[in-house]
Write a protein that binds this ligand. Structure first.
Ligand code: SF4
Length: 396
């Protein structure tokens, strides 16, 4: 942080939080509320950027991935959802393992490293369906990482098939599941649960499954869908629950704030959150979740341009190329269905950041710019560590 930025943040009345951030201290719930209510978004962004650059320098991650939604039939009936259908509706669908294989083969020429798969809570599917889907994906592309099923879907499988969540996760993992996406969290409070999504698990259930997955060696992300009926205090409560769980398991990779898209939902009278709200949620997330390694600006929800700006408000990851996205496009997302690797790299470079392709677990892939060591016995530093150390060196 430059001396000018320090003076600017202190002059904005955020000196106490600045001191904590510079000392690597933990922010309180009250600090979080100050950051949400503060009129100077740029000052909040400067603070978040300080943490982002201390951890990642200019490195910005992306992944070449494909999204597949295996079914839109769902019995949970969340009020904010434009994706789900009942089994009687004309456009209800379930993809068979063969359909999934076809979708993957349509993009066989692309170096896809991850399949991101989530769907509705569909009680008519047998447990073998989920195992078959995962095995199919691993057969078609053995190198691909399967990141699939929200905590909500896993809870429903446990209930429908009279299994414990641990048994469900173990069997999915044995079939080839690599990690869990982290959706379905929405806002982890009783109020939001009662008003919006009481047909599915509450925050206790969501957290129990997340922690179980982490204990079994399955990493996950954690989302936060905001901009509907929740208060700012509830957003902070959500982050504090995640931070506490992360202290316990260390299993979360990225925090992903998702702006609510009201179109075609039962909350279509609400306004979509503004771009400044989107940037602020990235920044507050970066500052409150000091134990989360990554903050993701999910371009599908934010649009590529706002996500790009988010790279200066705490985000260090833009997610992936995606290929076909259904859930947010049905709710009015105006983002494209996919972006190419070239467009992704351009987005990151235009923001003055360094693009680094990653796998699902944030291992860098390919050639990241690095300085070779002159000591033949030296263990080479990771390419990303090299960039971060170079950028954070005194005097740079
Ligand atoms: S958000 Fe998920 S669980 Fe809720 S209705 Fe939509 S598909 Fe079903």
């Amino acid at each position: 942080m430059t001396p000018f930025q320090r003076r600017y943040v202190a002059a904005a009345g955020l000196g106490d939080i600045l001191d904590k951030v510079l000392a690597g201290g933990r922010l309180s719930a009250g600090d979080g509320m100050t950051l949400y209510r503060h009129p100077d978004l740029l000052a909040v962004g400067v603070l978040a950027n300080e943490v982002r650059e201390r951890q990642h320098g200019s490195v910005t991650y992306y992944i070449v991935n494909q999204h597949i939604n295996h079914t839109n039939i769902c019995v949970a009936g969340c009020k904010f959802c434009a994706f789900y259908r009942t089994d009687k509706q004309k456009d209800a669908y379930v993809l068979s393992p063969l359909d999934v294989e076809r979708r993957m083969l349509e993009h066989a020429e692309q170096p896809i490293r991850e399949i991101h798969m989530v769907g509705g809570v569909n009680p008519d599917l047998p447990f073998s369906y989920y195992l078959d889907i995962i095995r199919t994906m691993k057969r078609v592309r053995p190198e691909v990482h399967v990141k699939a099923f929200t905590m909500v879907e896993i809870a429903a499988m446990a209930e429908n098939f009279d299994m414990t969540p641990e048994d469900v996760l173990r069997q999915l993992k044995d079939a080839g599941l690599g990690s869990i996406p982290g959706g379905g969290a929405e806002i982890l409070t009783d109020h939001a649960h009662q008003v919006l999504f009481k047909g599915k698990i509450d925050h206790r259930g969501w957290m129990e499954i997340a922690k179980t997955a982490h204990r079994l060696g399955l990493k996950s992300n954690a989302t936060m869908m905001y901009g509907h009926v929740e208060t700012l205090e509830e957003r902070i409560d959500h982050m504090l629950l995640l931070r506490e769980a992360q202290d316990e398991t260390g299993g979360f990779m990225a925090f992903i704030p998702l702006a609510f898209h009201p179109e075609n939902t039962r909350l279509s009278h609400l306004n979509k959150p503004s771009a400044s709200d989107e940037l602020r949620n990235l920044a507050v997330g970066r500052l409150m979740l000091d134990n989360f390694p990554h903050i993701k600006a999910y371009w599908i929800m934010m649009t590529p341009r706002v996500a790009q700006a988010g790279l200066h408000f705490g985000a260090d990851d833009l997610d992936g190329t995606v290929v076909t996205e259904e859930i947010y496009h049905r709710a009015g997302s105006t983002s494209p269905q996919m972006i190419s690797v070239r467009q992704m790299i351009a987005l990151i470079e235009e923001a003055g950041r360094v693009p680094v392709e990653r796998d699902t677990l944030y291992n860098p892939i390919g050639s990241v710019p690095r300085r070779p060591s002159t000591d033949p016995r030296a263990v080479p530093p990771s390419p990303v560590d090299t960039i971060v150390a170079r950028e954070n060196a005194p005097g740079v």
